[in-house]
Design a protein around this ligand. Sequence first.
Ligand SMILES: *Cc1c(COP(=O)(O)O)cnc(C)c1O
Length: 355
Amino acid sequence: MSQFWSPIVQTLTPYVPGEQPKLPGLIKLNTNENPYPPSPAVTAAIQAVSADVLRLYPDPDASALKQALATHHDVQPNEIFVGNGSDEVLAFVFMALLKHAEPLLFPDITYSFYPVYCKLFGIDYVEVPLTATMGINTADYENKTCGGIIFPNPNAPTGVSIPLSAIEALLIKQPDVVVAIDEAYVDFGAETAIPLIRKYPNLLVIRTFSKSRSLAGLRVGFAMGHPKLIEALERVKNSFNSYPMDRLALAGAIASYGDEAYFQQTRQAIIDSREQMTAALEKLGFSVLPSHANFIFARHDAYGAEELAAGLRERAIIVRHFKHPRINQYLRISIGNPEECKTLIQTLTLLTSAL
Ligand SMILES: *Cc1c(COP(=O)(O)O)cnc(C)c1O
């Protein structure tokens, strides 16, 4: 009955998230979820929300969460926007700050939601190729006329990061457009750009609770930048949904920032596992891109990515494989817990000797 669809819906190509199968015993390394549960303080805070208050709308300004984030990141609450997962925050960023007459720039290999938002909001864009070593060279973005720039740091799905100095050089060269840095994975070892937001009013940093804080199911993301950028996001949000942050999400997110020790411990465990996995995969004949994320992007020198992914799936391990020609020989493997990492390596050892 697509004759009822609006013209814009007829043209959409929606983003396809990694699958969420419900098979028991499955080792799920395909969506970069955190293998560790959230802090016990998060569970306690959510349980402490009395069902009775669910009658009442939550705080439309999410003031308590903004205050917790402001204290932790040493910024002011009016430099923070919070939303229902960073995907929602990103959607508002595209609509409010990245849609202009000139095209938006982002890498050819990056988070595949970006072109989807562009279609939805009618934003013209140009894909800037990654370098031969699959990195972002900010100089490639410095000399182009554009309406805005966005990329993740570390980039997805490569895991490769760039230093803060490169981002600062770009901000200096492109002072008249918004430069949005998607820091979904920054806690796993890259340099955050948050300290630069005071110096560069065109810088916006986007973060999520889904990866490093083990809260993909709670849907909390945020952005930090100059109050004028934040105001633009609030204008869109308040024209769309007054209450994107529900009471449980607010309680859980605040509690997560209250347990720094747990955050540091789980973050470090994932970094350690990543380094061990990288070494083990290299021994099996994989080339692994240097990752600062909670996943690795690797290709085997002799075996095709598609057949390896299929072989893993037969043995109840799922990883992500992208069909884009430039990266279709790579597998993106999320870092699991030590047991899952061990099983993955054992299974790949089998596959790369038996195929
Ligand atoms: C996972 C991810 C997001 C989305 O995070 P949510 O907060 O779960 O919506 C945004 N950007 C990148 C690059 C991601 O990998």
